[in-house]
Design a protein around this ligand. Structure first.
Ligand code: NOJ
Length: 763
């Protein structure tokens, strides 16, 4: 907690039977009172008194920005209109916000129509999907999570905010904070992976980065943690599918990253597409009214996901457009994205009394308060400065940050016989569809960047080697289909090289929205290429491009080295080259478990034990395993190596008893037994042996990334209190229970030996 800031009202965050105040932290003192204060704001109230019902509804209408539309669309076509028609609507006060347009000139045109040509002169809010950068593209969020450095994500979010606000955007539809435990789901790439603890840290860091220290600043970008809620839990990893989930999982796994984001100051959120336990999230009073506003005291506004209100009809939950409008607004969706439903039906519903005026007014107040918090009433032309548009986009400083972020995001899974790093004099065969490729460097969700500005693997390697290495680049295969003669050419190149760099994996379009996969594997044509190249006997280093964890097979799994290179953004090639040639020692760790087989999904390290747990190497019959594979991971959550080697000393406790209101220190000594300095991510896990609700086999509760010089040791320490041992009980409340726990400090979720800790009873 930081002093001098206002707190919102008290939600329940119970520990045992004690209800504690969970302080929702506002960013920046000048506006915190506006949004979080209980007192009505006189400027807003004066405005509200002058507004017609239609003008109020206008504030709740978010439409695609037709004045400066993005080059590529990320949503299905719906309710589009011409630019002139949109301007007319703005002048008439029928639009409150625009999205997915960039450019100062277009933004000025739209904002002038609102503040100079409309009756009430209420400024527009400009939103956009700025997910992992604008013109400078940073690694996909999943990749950044692999850094285990939330402060890195805060910096890249800040840089993205600087660029977005330089081109007339006030509001980003990010961060995605959905916990993703099923790698078939394409949107895994947009979040922080499978773990709730890591998810919370990255959610908060990204909000801090986007919003900065004061929301009124020219370069502050309003954040939207999304998709509320449990979108990551869609059945079978199928995008948009239903979610059937326990209250415990919701509150313990899926809600906490949202809470962390709101505590970091986020003032909007997006209602999800999916239904939960039979009620669509975008019509759920439980989610938006009871939990979000009631329990957590959220005072920002809720925007529907794209046409999610209209989709209530196809969910089979609303009869027609009017019914969908009514259900969405009554449940707590303040702003409707693109469907036009509120615009078409809300005024009538209020007129008929089907929607109380107070409900409409509350939604409008929330939107106006956030506009005011952003400083738009004082300066409607904020973030519309042509000088900043020229100066603050694609800067060398942002490129340097993109390079650093890419370096810190790659994860080295294996490195047999220390095949890496390569000498710069090596004869390299760069084989695979991603060697020269420019089209798949950025990753999904880059609406405003130029693919040609990103550095390909080939260019990065050639530049880093400075002419010393011989690099022969052969495509060998297309992403999804064989190339005539491709394998022969690749095999010939491999034969005349010292080492093969095999650049294979997923295209940009294979992850992201609506890109669920049944088989999370390297596409067959590329797998065939890998088998043929490996048969030459040359050492193979896999450079794996992917937006999710994959099940690696055959020659890919058996390669000498595997480097998970995700989608790294603008500086892909230069960063990968620095790792390959040893100019950077990789330090990333997996934020998602790589399973043996696709059919293990949903797979996550913090699963329950079951009554018949399978243990690797143990009994196979009548245990929780598949015929084809044990239910563990090929590379588990938290795994990753570098060019150093680390040994963990035993996990030590300052006391084997933890008093109810006390704390213990957990420590371990980590020794770098390698020949180079390196960074290690020491991870703190717990396991509650017996509880009133079955508990996961392990849960991450902390980590430290430490630099350890070659031949030296570092002591890592953590404090553990009862709060770290809490879980959601059958009553839906946080509780801790006395008893025995296992505690590890370990290099991954599947390594290390635990020590016992006793939580003593107390009150
Ligand atoms: C749909 C996606 O689910 C959401 O994440 C995105 O922000 C909107 N489209 C707007 O483009």
């Amino acid at each position: 907690m930081t002093g001098g800031r206002n707190f919102s009202r008290a939600p329940r965050n119970a520990v045992g039977n004690t209800t504690v105040l969970m302080a929702a932290l506002a960013v920046g003192s000048c506006w915190s009172g506006i949004v979080h204060g209980a007192d009505p704001d006189s400027q807003i109230e004066t405005l509200m008194a002058r507004m017609t019902v239609e003008e109020k509804v206008g504030q709740l209408n978010l439409l695609n920005d037709e004045l400066r539309p993005a080059k590529s669309s990320i949503n299905p076509e719906a309710n589009r209109r011409q630019a002139e028609e949109l301007l007319k609507e703005i002048r008439a006060g029928r639009v409150g916000a625009l999205f997915n347009g960039v450019g100062v000139a277009g933004g000025l045109r739209a904002q002038r129509a609102a503040v100079e040509e409309s009756r009430l002169k209420i400024p527009l809010l400009f939103g956009a999907d700025v997910i992992h950068g604008l013109r400078t593209v940073f690694p996909i969020p999943l990749a950044e999570a692999a850094s285990f450095e939330p402060e890195l994500a805060e910096k890249t979010a800040r840089a993205a905010a600087v660029e977005a606000t330089a081109v007339g955007v006030h509001w980003t539809f990010a961060p995605m904070v959905d916990v993703a435990r099923d790698q078939r789901w394409g949107r895994v790439c947009e979040g922080a992976g499978e773990d709730v603890y890591l998810g919370k840290l990255f959610a908060a860091a990204r909000v801090r980065g986007f919003q900065g220290t004061s929301l009124t600043a020219e370069n502050a970008l309003l954040a939207t943690p999304k998709h509320f809620a449990a979108y990551g839990a869609v059945a079978a990893g199928l995008d948009y599918n239903s979610v059937d989930i326990s209250e415990q999982s919701l509150r313990e796994i899926h809600f906490p990253p949202f809470q962390a984001a709101f505590e970091a100051g986020a003032l909007s959120t997006m209602s999800a597409f999916n239904d939960i336990n039979g009620v669509p999230a975008s019509a759920s009073p439980y989610l938006m009214t009871q939990v979000l506003r009631g329990e957590w005291g959220f005072r920002g506004f809720v925007v529907s996901d794209y046409t999610a209100d209209k989709e209530l009809i196809l969910h089979g939950y609303a009869q027609d457009d009017q019914d969908a409008t009514r259900l969405a607004i009554l449940a707590g969706v303040d702003m409707s994205m693109q469907s036009g439903l509120y615009s078409a039906h809300l005024a009538k519903l209020v007129g008929e009394g089907a929607v109380p005026t107070a409900t409409l007014d509350a939604a409008v107040r929330r939107v106006l308060r956030v506009k005011k918090a952003l400083g738009l009433f004082d300066n409607p032309y904020r973030s519309l400065d042509p000088a900043r548009e020229r100066r603050d986009v694609a800067t060398p400083e942002h490129r340097r940050l993109a390079h650093a972020a890419a370096l810190r995001s790659v994860v080295l899974l294996k490195n047999d016989k220390q095949v890496l790093p390569l000498p710069k004099t090596a004869r390299i065969a760069l084989i695979g569809p991603f060697g020269e490729d420019h089209a798949n460097l950025h990753g999904p969700w880059t609406l405003f960047a130029e693919a040609s500005e990103a550095i390909s693997l080939q260019d990065g390697l050639a530049r880093a080697a400075g002419g010393a290495a011989t690099i022969e680049t052969v495509k060998g295969s297309d992403i999804d289909a064989p190339l005539p003669g491709g394998i022969d050419a690749a095999v010939a190149a491999a034969r005349s090289a010292d080492v093969v760099l095999l650049a294979i994996g997923e295209s940009e379009r294979m992850s992201g929205e609506a890109q669920s996969r049944t088989e999370i594997v390297v596409p067959p044509a590329q797998q065939a290429l890998a088998e043929a190249v490996a048969a030459t006997g040359k050492p193979v280093v896999v450079l794996l491009r992917t937006g999710r964890a994959l099940a690696l097979h055959g020659a890919v799994r058996d390669a000498s080295a595997i480097l998970v290179a995700w989608f790294l953004g603008s500086e892909t090639g230069s960063a990968v080259a620095d790792v390959i040639f040893g100019d950077f020692n990789p330090s990333g760790r997996l934020p998602v478990s790589f399973p043996f087989e696709s059919g293990q999904q949903p797979y996550y390290y913090n699963h329950k034990s079951t009554g018949r747990p399978y243990r690797a190497g143990g009994a196979k019959e009548y245990t929780a395993r598949y015929r084809e594979t044990g239910n563990n991971a090929l590379y588990p959550f938290g795994h990753g190596i570098g060019y150093a080697a680390f040994q963990y000393g035993v996990t030590r406790l300052s006391d084997s008893n933890l008093p109810w209101n006390g704390e213990v220190t957990v420590a371990a000594r980590i020794t770098n037994t390698g020949r180079v300095d390196g960074e290690e991510v020491a991870q703190l896990y717990i396991h509650d042996r017996v509880a009133s609700v079955t508990r996961p086999v392990r849960e991450l509760k902390g980590f430290r990334k430490v630099r350890v010089p070659a031949g030296s040791s570092e002591e890592v320490t953590f404090k553990l209190t009862r709060q770290d041992l809490q879980f959601i009980g059958t009553d839906g409340q946080w509780r801790a229970e006395p008893g025995l726990f296992d505690i590890w400090i370990a290099p991954s979720s599947a390594a290390g030996d635990p020590v016992p800790l006793q939580l003593l009873p107390g009150s």
